[in-house]
Design a protein. Structure first.
Length: 349
């Protein structure tokens, strides 16, 4: 990129002013465009979709004008998902605030309708919050926290035995940045970690390599040992309904399942049946096939299920971490270097 060439970076979802300033300070060639009054207001910290907001005709015209001049987008525009390729023809790169964008990009046809645009994910940003969520679920069920809360609410004193995690086995399906962080936390608790992924060729480069590794094709071989099963794989044709009735039946009685990947990884009716029968001891579910979770879903009323509204990854410190990633990628973009977390539209991750 020429030294004198200016690039317009349009902030497409709410970002605190301190982070906007950091982006503008990366390089003099960057022109940051941030007009919060045109964006959906956040409902909570790091809310990138925002509450509904009707723009006036003048505001809408202004926003379309900004889209037309943008070279880079910080996040996808939630107000013009269908016609974004036509409204932003000059965009060369979109930095997402989410990690699992493959299905969305394919569904909207951006990979084909925006052939000159690259997409980068927020992979790694959510590792710490998701690892902590998984730890919370493990301890909730093994320490019988739900019983403790119920007993306290009715002033009932009755001793009981919980369990501990040292020496127990956790199977983690998906060894990306988040899966590695979950593995690190589990290893720190002296759990035995079995990783399941696509290839073992890069295991030596992992920051927290598992004690054992198996390919996805060998998943059923390790499920009988999966006292705890964590799903953090992307949603692809290969992973859809990865865990069904047969796979659940292979898991040890009383096992705990955690899904922080995507809802379609699990056959939900089969999961509900395994939980209702007592074969599974519990589940911590952050993602579902249909979101928001319908009112008639069995999961709402199950005493051995923790329902999280796709919020396990969200932290009030998230925007700072995404800005760190975006600034590093901006430097690479300006230098013509490969970007971090580049989406492969064919693999959907």
């Amino acid at each position: 990129m020429a030294e004198s060439e200016k690039i317009n970076v349009l902030i497409a979802s709410f970002l605190e002013e301190e982070h906007v300033h950091r982006i503008g300070g990366v390089d003099p060639r960057i022109r940051v465009i941030n007009e919060p009054d045109l964006l959906r207001p956040p409902r909570y910290p790091a809310d990138h979709k925002g509450a509904s907001r009707e723009r006036t005709p003048a505001q809408e015209a202004r926003w379309k004008e900004l889209l037309a001049t943008a070279d880079v987008l910080f996040d996808f525009d939630q107000t013009h998902r269908e016609d974004l390729p036509e409204l932003a023809p000059n965009v060369r790169w979109i930095q997402s605030t989410s990690s699992g964008i493959g299905q969305f990009v394919a569904e909207m046809g951006y990979d084909k309708r925006m052939p000159n645009t690259v997409f980068t994910k927020a992979s790694g940003v959510h590792g710490q919050p998701l690892a902590e969520f998984c730890l919370m679920v493990l301890l909730t069920f093994r320490k019988r926290l739900l019983r403790m809360v119920r007993d306290q609410s009715r002033k009932h004193w009755e001793r009981y035995a919980g369990s501990d995690l040292a020496g127990r086995t956790v199977v983690i399906v998906g060894l990306g940045a988040v899966g590695q962080e979950i593995a690190r936390v589990c290893s720190a608790l002296r759990m035995r970690v079995i990783g399941v992924g696509r290839s073992s060729s890069s295991l030596d480069s992992l920051s927290s390599p598992p004690d054992e590794f198996f390919s996805v094709g060998d998943l059923r071989k390790v499920l009988p040992r999966a006292e705890h099963l964590v799903l953090i794989a992307p949603h692809t044709p290969e992973t859809e309904n990865l865990i069904g009735a047969e796979e659940l039946a292979l898991m040890p009685k009383g096992a705990i399942l955690i899904n922080v990947g995507r809802g379609p990884l699990v056959d939900e009716p089969a999961l509900a049946a395994a939980l209702a029968s007592g074969h599974l001891g519990g589940a911590g579910l952050d993602v579902f096939v249909q979101e928001p979770l319908p009112d008639d879903s069995l999961f709402w009323g199950m005493p051995n299920v923790l329902v999280s509204p796709h919020s396990a990854s969200t932290s009030d410190r998230e925007n700072g971490r995404i800005t760190d990633l975006f600034c590093e990628n901006l430097k690479r973009f300006l230098a013509g270097q490969p970007l971090i977390n580049l989406l492969d539209p064919n693999r959907l991750y």
